[in-house]
Design a protein around this ligand. Structure first.
Ligand SMILES: NC(=O)c1ccc[n+]([C@@H]2O[C@H](COP(=O)([O-])OP(=O)(O)OC[C@H]3O[C@@H](n4cnc5c(N)ncnc54)[C@H](O)[C@@H]3O)[C@@H](O)[C@H]2O)c1
Length: 447
């Protein structure tokens, strides 16, 4: 679906009208394009925590990022595309002033579409109470900056566990790039990687890897297949028999293969296992297939309740369990589920859908520590309003509200979800486990 308001307010007359009437003025987001390095550059780096050395090492490894040390109190007018503040050793409330000084002094230096990342230590891992409080306080700062910097600037907080410093690179690269255009106000926790990734090819990270994507014939699933294939994966595209034709087209378009499978069928786990026996285990499994059957609960049929739970929740559980038990995922493997902000906030007329998507979060959090024993991570994305056939069915006024009720004042594109999944599925993302990352432009729902 095209967003005509977004085009209108970016025309000269539309801009004037929106300014005069005090209407939202979203900027068209800049997304990653093939062949583009796409990392924010130059980036100002501040804060004197334990991650400073690792940040410098990552920047020097990229060849392109010029990291400018920022002296917190010395104002500069030189514009920058990004800022990283290492707050990992902020130990008490007094030291929080450093963040005030830094952002107060440098906020105006950030250009449109800039990327801001604050690094911290998760409060539950802080021994001293003042440090735990100060570290928790970072969440409020980051979520507020994500709301007030505007101009398509995104802001995230990454808590890095002590000893997990080397797990930072894939996440820092993602959040400083155009791949994360529709992700903002997020808090991610990194632990020591469950596996040991070596020789990462940052251009084609999935080269030589096999990925399975359910619901891949259209919408978000197709975008996931495209992004994983773009980044080197051999993709097996799954969809229902009714979608066979479009599934085959999708598979052909990404140079992958089609597997016709209703993931709710009683024998779906066995069929998938048979596929693994014939073609080999997977490196990446993305549980994207999902359905809605919206009605308020008093009007909802039992079939509508059951079918939504079966596709969205039970099938990912059954298939993941079968793959983990049957060695269908290689060590270093990644399971990525697709939840929804409905599963976080709840939604009128979506009790079945929200139950299933909240259950997906439970699945991720429950399965992650178990899968880690097999060197496999389990994470989820929780998309907000994404422009697909699913959201095109929403009545006009509700659809328009859904698009604007976020800090970027627009809906996301399937590729925004796909890029986030590619980061979670990345061979270097072994330190991201049990996380649920919203792809919602910092939606007000459930925030
Ligand atoms: N579009 C949004 O705004 C949005 C927001 C939050 C979450 N999501 C989630 O993202 C995922 C993809 O959404 P979309 O908008 O691309 O939906 P879509 O309806 O365009 O695509 C879903 C795909 O899943 C397939 N599918 C359905 N049941 C299946 C089954 N039993 N076995 C195999 N495949 C099956 C469908 O045939 C279809 O190709 C879903 O899980 C959805 O809940 C979407």
């Amino acid at each position: 679906m095209s967003d005509s308001y977004l085009s209108f307010v970016n025309s000269p007359w539309g801009r004037w009208f929106a300014q005069t009437a005090g209407l939202p003025q979203p900027l068209p987001l800049q997304r990653h394009r093939t062949g583009q390095q796409g990392l924010a550059n130059p980036v100002i780096v501040a804060g004197a925590g334990r991650l400073r050395g690792e940040v410098q090492r990552i920047f020097s490894a990229t060849d392109t990022v010029t990291a400018q040390p920022a002296t917190i109190k010395a104002p500069s007018t030189v514009k920058v595309q990004g800022a990283v503040f290492d707050a990992s050793e902020i130990a008490d409330l007094k030291q929080l002033d450093e963040l005030y000084e830094f952002f107060h002094t440098n906020a105006r230096r950030l250009v449109q579409h800039a990327r801001v990342v604050v690094l911290g230590t998760a409060p539950e891992q802080c021994k001293a109470l003042p440090q735990a409080i100060a570290q928790r306080a970072l969440e409020g700062l980051v979520r507020s900056l994500a709301k007030e910097l505007r101009r398509a600037i995104t802001v995230q907080l990454i808590y890095v566990a002590p000893g997990a410093e080397s797990a930072l690179e894939s996440s820092l690269r993602f959040f400083l790039s155009r791949r994360s255009a529709y992700v903002s106000g997020q808090v991610v926790r990194l632990e020591k990687a469950v596996d040991q990734a070596t020789d990462i090819d940052w251009d084609k990270p999935f080269s030589g890897r096999r990925a399975l994507v359910t619901g891949a014939s259209r919408g978000i699933g197709l975008a996931i297949a495209q992004v994983l294939a773009r980044d080197g994966a051999q993709v097996v595209c799954v969809d229902v028999p009714q979608a066979q034709e479009s599934l085959q087209q999708a598979a052909n378009s990404v140079g992958g293969t089609a597997l016709v499978l209703d993931i709710t069928a009683a024998d779906a786990p066995q069929k998938l296992q048979a596929h693994v026996s014939e073609h080999g285990a997977f490196d990446v499994v993305v549980h994207n297939a999902g359905i809605t059957r919206d009605k308020t609960i008093a009007k909802m049929t039992e079939a509508a309740w059951r079918s939504v739970l079966a596709v969205n929740l039970d099938a990912p559980l059954q298939l993941s369990t079968a793959l983990l038990e049957g060695q269908g995922l290689k060590p270093g493997g990644r399971i990525v589920c697709v939840s929804s902000i409905s599963g976080i906030a709840g939604n009128l007329g979506q009790s079945n859908y929200a139950t299933s998507k909240a259950g997906v979060i439970g699945l991720v959090q429950g399965l992650a520590p178990r899968a880690a024993q097999q060197q496999v991570t389990v994470n989820a994305v929780a998309p907000g309003f994404i422009e697909t056939q699913m959201t095109a069915k929403i009545p006009l006024m509700i659809r328009e509200a859904g698009r604007r009720m976020n800090s970027l004042s627009q809906g996301g594109q399937p590729i925004d979800v796909a890029e986030t999944i590619a980061w979670l599925a990345h061979p270097a993302s072994g330190g991201v486990n049990g996380q649920v990352v919203r792809v919602c432009g910092q939606s007000l729902l459930g925030a």
